[in-house]
Design a protein around this ligand. Structure first.
Ligand code: PMP
Ligand code: GLN
Length: 387
């Protein structure tokens, strides 16, 4: 890989994110963007209204460092209502600039140079970069299609004297896997046995179609060693607002807040009021988004199968992974770079989510958080891509 001049050795190889590259390609070619995960329809009007009202009411200066009271309370009520987890909104909830900052601040606050972060690959792209910024490295257990499961022996073998924390993403991007209760129990047992902190990325907590989302923090011995992270971007279809949060013990939150203070200090003042209003929506809102997305999942999975791809239907998130080999293609990166010109669709190559890129070479991710007519048109175009 080419060395980037000026860039510190810690960040060599991270380059531009695949989402930025592919979204720029979509703009340049006018292709349908099923790459970067963002919905093409805005979220609930009352959530937008609450943000507008907050601007009009003058909530436009720095919000408090831990986040506005209304949002911290709404997060605490949400965790209790949906997941039966109790957090003190004044000491155990920290508002961040999206889940991205909560993850970055957690790794920067909790990892020493040389530490290892145990996680499952494919991994969301910011994990490796954030670990690198903290001077830590990822040690991965690989999840493989079709079921993306793992053996407890693999997990236990990945724990070393340098392991500082377990970083878990469920529901999982890019595979759409929702970790099962048994798998979570095993991860919890490993954390307790080795006295590890867990940092969980649950941004897709409400986008689940098969099985149940269960926060790792709810397993025995986990409440006080887990940092539970989520954000309003996916749940309320406002990905540009960047309102996230972390819930944990006062001691862990204090550590993460120390790092967070010097990353953004604070962010998204009026949007925090918007997301607080979102979290207070009736329960029907949350079940409806999952039901609607499930239809979209089935629509795109059916279409991709008809187009000749080998599809692994996701249990959660708004992404589906497909194997491109039945089309006569073998390299997902080359496929995704050519796809916009060849047929006017953008997707993301899963290889970028692996430390061992060969594991994901033939896999490509499509986002289905788009209007039905957009999904149908993308499928129509993809039907011409077989070699
Ligand atoms: N984690 C995962 C797994 C994601 O897919 C995303 C994408 N948005 C994020 C974190 C970042 O969330 P946010 O936009 O709230 O920073
Ligand atoms: N989480 C989104 C995805 O996986 C992208 C967010 C980003 O561009 N960083 O597509």
């Amino acid at each position: 890989m080419e060395r980037a001049p000026y860039l510190t050795s810690r960040l060599q190889g991270f380059g531009e994110t695949i989402f930025a590259e592919m979204s720029a390609l979509a703009l340049r070619t006018g292709a349908i963007n099923l790459g970067q995960g963002f919905p093409d329809v805005d979220g609930p009007g009352e959530v937008a209204d609450a943000a507008v009202a907050a601007i009009r009411a003058g909530h436009n200066q720095y919000p408090p460092g831990i986040g506005v009271r209304e949002l911290r309370h709404a997060v605490a009520v949400h965790q209790s209502q949906f997941w039966d987890l109790d957090y003190d909104p004044d000491l155990e909830v920290l508002v961040t600039a999206g889940a991205t900052e909560a993850i970055a601040a957690s790794l920067l606050a909790l990892c020493d140079v040389g530490d290892e972060v145990l996680t499952f690959e494919p991994t969301y792209d910011s994990y490796g970069a954030c670990a690198a910024m903290a001077g830590a490295t990822l040690r991965v257990v690989t999840l493989r299609p079709p079921d993306y499961t793992f053996h407890s022996t693999e997990l236990r073998a990945a724990v070393t004297p340098k392991t500082r924390l377990v970083l878990l993403n469920s529901p999982h991007n890019p595979t759409g896997k929702v970790f099962s209760r048994d798998e979570l129990e095993e991860i919890a047992r490993v954390c307790v046995a080795h006295d590890l902190v867990a940092v969980t990325d649950e941004v897709y907590e409400h986008l689940v179609f098969e099985g149940d989302h269960v926060p790792l923090a709810s397993f025995p011995g986990m409440r006080d060693r887990t940092v539970t992270i989520s954000s309003g971007g996916k749940t309320f279809s406002f990905t540009g607002w960047k309102v996230g949060w972390a819930c944990s013990t006062p001691e862990l939150i204090e550590a993460i807040r120390t790092a967070k203070q010097f990353l953004t200090y604070v962010s998204s003042g009026p949007f925090q009021y918007g997301i607080a209003a979102g979290l207070a929506l009736p329960e029907a809102y949350f079940s409806t988004i999952a039901r609607e997305l499930r239809h979209k999942r089935d629509r795109l999975c059916g279409g991709l199968t008809e187009a000749g791809l080998d599809v692994f239907p996701p249990a959660g998130t708004y992404f589906v992974t497909a194997d491109i080999r039945p089309l006569g293609w073998h390299d997902g990166l080359a496929f995704c770079r050519l796809l916009p010109e060849r047929c006017g669709v953008v997707a993301v190559p899963n290889a970028v989510f692996y430390t061992n890129r060969d594991e994901g070479r033939h896999l490509v991710r499509f986002a289905f958080c788009k209007r039905d007519e957009v999904l149908d048109e993308a499928v129509r175009r993809l039907k011409g891509i077989a070699r």
